[in-house]
Design a binder for this molecule. Structure first.
Ligand code: AMP
Ligand code: GLY
Length: 431
């Protein structure tokens, strides 16, 4: 049967999802988002600019286009109940409902849930509703802590003592921000990686591991961002991991799905590979952005078949991934994330991106062209046999895009940086 797929969201991740839906044998894509993403619009039979966080607006559009299934990209619509509303209206959403999405949207729920269900790899943590008590705990704790607001902050709310700030600065941050609830947790030391899995009806189908780069500047300096770029290898694991580390991460995700049997959609596990194996940094209830742009381009299984199997209660197909490495680099506005300057004309297009894939993110499509906004602008992705070849393809596309008004992290995926991650893990394991 031919499917009509509604995609909710308009970032780089959603452009990658749109590309996978458009490549499906028998599906028509409609999309809606708060911003008009020109890449998604060019792949879709219809694109509606609406408030993607408003369940009624999304349901009205789903009904107008007679969607048979929906995919929700970002986390805020999940928190606002868009997935629940679609399901209630009879449009199966391949995304968790707002209760299950709390695994991402409420970090205190996340840690407590993992603890209650004995999910392995959960670091020591405490939850505080009172800033003074949290500050006292920082003073009393023997070691470094990660300080996390319990709610959604677009990846920008966490402060890690001993890495990004001192204990005094962390306390000042808490006093200045006045969050209702914060989680303080043991600082994990190691190399980070992400595993994204398709989940439905108790099945879990993982994708290759990806390493994101959250810090704004080269050498992992500067403030946290939504993610500046990422790489994956031709194997399920990354060069600093072995197959057992990857399997241990998947086992942790399996334990989450066993504890949440109704979970559907994508489960995103963020791990720290420590000297004792993978520990849980966090879970998200969706694909990662940028990480979706690494794994979806190498997904050879029909994406819509995965989604409809979920809807129909069929076993999820085992996804097949091309044995290729990927490197994704975002171009962001100059000054991002602290003082971004918008309004630069984006000159790159699919043709000038050469061998790289081009995914648009937060851009403004005007009559005379495409312009940057204050958020991440577009990403280029190289796909090749090795990480270094993929990196060169991505760099060539950034060259073609020009540097005017834009900035990227050129270090992502470079051989010396990848080697430094391998050396870091070897050092930790020797200690
Ligand atoms: P999150 O929003 O939870 O993904 O946190 C953002 C970033 O903060 C993560 O990608 C890590 O780099 C860092 N982080 C979060 N929790 C911890 C932790 N317990 N130990 C060390 N770093 C952490
Ligand atoms: N790349 C981090 C995230 O999507 O949360």
């Amino acid at each position: 049967m031919s499917e009509t797929v509604l995609l909710v969201g308009g970032g780089g991740r959603e452009h990658a999802i749109a590309r996978s839906v458009a490549a499906s044998d028998d599906a028509t894509l409609f999309a809606c988002a708060s911003n008009r993403n020109p890449g998604i619009a060019s792949l879709a039979a219809g694109f509606e600019q609406l408030d993607e966080n408003d369940p009624d607006a999304v349901v009205d559009y789903a009904e107008a286009v007679e969607a048979t299934v929906a995919v929700v990209g970002p986390e805020t619509p999940l928190a606002e109940g868009v997935s629940d509303a679609l399901d209630d209206a009879g449009v199966y959403a391949f995304a968790p409902n707002s209760t299950e999405a709390r695994i991402e949207t409420d970090k205190s729920f996340q840690r407590q849930f993992l603890e209650q269900h004995d999910v392995p790899g959960n670091p020591a943590y405490e939850v505080f509703d009172d800033t003074d008590r949290a500050c006292e705990f920082i003073d009393e704790y023997d070691g470094d802590l990660a300080v996390k607001p319990a709610g959604l902050t677009g990846g920008k709310g966490v402060r890690v003592i001993g890495d990004q700030c001192t204990a005094e600065e962390a306390k000042q941050y808490l006093r200045d921000s006045d969050y209702d609830r914060v989680v303080l947790e043991e600082r994990l030391v190691g190399e980070e990686f992400t595993v994204q899995a398709f989940v439905a009806n108790g099945d879990l189908r993982p994708s290759p591991a990806v390493q994101d780069h959250k810090r704004a500047y080269e050498g992992d300096e500067g403030p946290n961002t939504g993610g500046m770029g990422s790489y994956s290898d031709a194997t399920p694991e990354l060069p600093f991991m072995d197959a057992d580390d990857y399997a241990a991460a998947v086992d942790i995700m399996r334990a989450v799905v066993d504890a949440m049997p109704d979970y559907k959609g994508v489960l995103y596990g963020q791990f720290m590979l420590t000297s004792e194996g993978p520990k849980i940094v966090e879970f998200n209830a969706r694909f990662g952005d940028p990480e979706a742009m690494n794994t979806l381009p190498v997904l050879e299984t029909d994406f819509v078949d995965l989604v409809t199997a979920a809807r129909d209660g069929d076993p999820l197909p085992e996804p097949v991934f091309a044995e290729q490495a990927t490197v994704c680099k975002y171009a962001v506005p100059e000054g991002y994330p602290t003082d971004p300057r918008s309004g630069t004309k984006v000159t790159i297009d699919e043709d000038s991106a050469g061998d790289a894939l081009l995914f648009y993110a937060s851009v403004d499509a005007r009559e005379d062209g495409i312009y940057t906004t204050t958020s991440r602008s577009f990403a280029v992705v190289g796909v090749a046999d090795t990480i270094s070849e993929a990196e060169e393809i991505a760099e060539a596309a950034l060259d073609a895009a020009g540097e005017e008004g834009l900035r990227s992290r050129h270090d992502i995926g470079k051989p010396d940086v990848v080697q430094s991650r391998i050396d870091h893990m070897a050092e930790l394991r020797d200690e």
